[in-house]
Design a protein around this ligand. Structure first.
Ligand code: DGY
Length: 323
């Protein structure tokens, strides 16, 4: 029997391609440039499975044009780029890569929050530009992290990993807002308290966003929310672009409505709201929260395991719930 054909839509380590080749006829895009949609559709003709990242858009139009597809396996925990309902309706399995990236992503979220609070990237730019002539009382004064209130919006695995860092490592009081409240046991272990969104906004000294993107959280943080935050607060977004109204954020940073922000994700990325490049008190990184060599490998391996299981009669380890 001929082996199923798959497309690996982005770069993976050669040894992983080798492993996939033991099961499939593999076409790959090792050049790693995102494929324009028509080319993606073209290259998916006759393919039973596709290995994607958070950048490829798998929507109903693409699925209709690629009727042989049976598995869409993303190397990401977030899957808002995939129309899961449309996949389910066509009997296509969707999988993601939870767990393996939790700690690296939590480290990065915490690092961004520290960088915003302590003005680390702003200070480095100041120094590199040769503007440091002497120390002064107010030079790059930031806001404290240790012992302050950490607010977490979205309390899944990554939110909980960030809560542990805040409570155990930084003596922070942890409050969170999530659609589902954690069990009292988990809350007690994390030292975290559920609060309504308004309390989260008003009490957090450092607000971290880790909520999965869905239309219900589109612009969950905008002008109205900034107005309720402390002027000394920081905001960190490692969730998805669109959770924050980036234009409103630029306005809030310019007006001093909040002290600083740190973003790893953007509305319409890789394009940025140009205002973000003009305000000094925002730390900007290019969607790399899970980017360590070990974690990327673990994510790619898990996506491949899902693909192999899905197309060879096995049980994919991490399917996303069908909708
Ligand atoms: C994820 O895994 O969802 C990260 O944002 C990387 O894309």
């Amino acid at each position: 029997m001929s082996r199923p054909a798959i497309l690996v839509a982005r770069y993976v380590l050669p040894e992983l391609l080798e492993r996939l080749s033991q099961h499939f006829e593999v076409e790959s895009n090792q050049a790693d440039q995102p494929l324009p949609q028509p080319e993606l559709i073209d290259r998916l003709q006759g393919k039973r499975g596709v290995f994607v990242t958070a950048s490829e858009r798998i929507d109903a139009g693409l699925l209709d044009a690629c009727p042989d597809l049976r598995a869409v396996c993303t190397m990401a925990v977030g899957y808002n780029n995939i129309d899961v309902a449309a996949c389910t309706a066509r009997g296509i399995l969707v999988s993601n890569t939870p767990d393996v990236l939790t700690e690296s992503t939590a480290d990065f979220g915490f690092a961004l929050m520290l960088a915003a609070a302590r003005r680390i990237t702003e200070s480095e730019r100041f120094l590199r530009e040769g503007r440091w002539t002497h120390c002064t009382y107010t030079l790059m004064n930031g806001v404290d992290v240790y012992g302050r209130t950490l607010g977490i919006f979205g309390m899944g695995r990554i939110g909980q990993a960030i809560a542990r860092r805040g409570a155990l490592g930084f003596g922070m009081k942890v409050i969170y807002h999530n659609r589902n409240r954690l069990s009292p046991d988990i809350e007690a272990t994390l030292g975290a308290r559920w609060v309504d969104k308004d309390t989260l906004l008003r009490e957090a000294d450092h607000l971290l966003l880790v909520v999965p993107y869905s239309p219900t959280v589109h612009h969950a943080i905008g002008a109205g929310e900034f107005a309720r935050m402390k002027p000394t607060a920081t905001l960190t977004n490692i969730a998805r672009g669109g959770v924050v109204d980036d234009a409103a954020l630029v306005g809030a940073l310019r007006a001093g409505r909040i002290a600083a922000a740190a973003l790893d994700v953007y509305e319409g990325e890789p394009k940025l709201n140009p205002g973000l490049l003009e305000v000094p008190n925002v730390v900007l990184t290019p969607h790399i929260a899970s980017a360590t060599a070990a974690t990327r490998k673990a994510m790619a391996d898990l996506a491949a395991e899902n693909l192999i299981a899905a197309l060879t009669g096995g049980t994919p380890p991490t399917p996303v719930p069908s909708s």
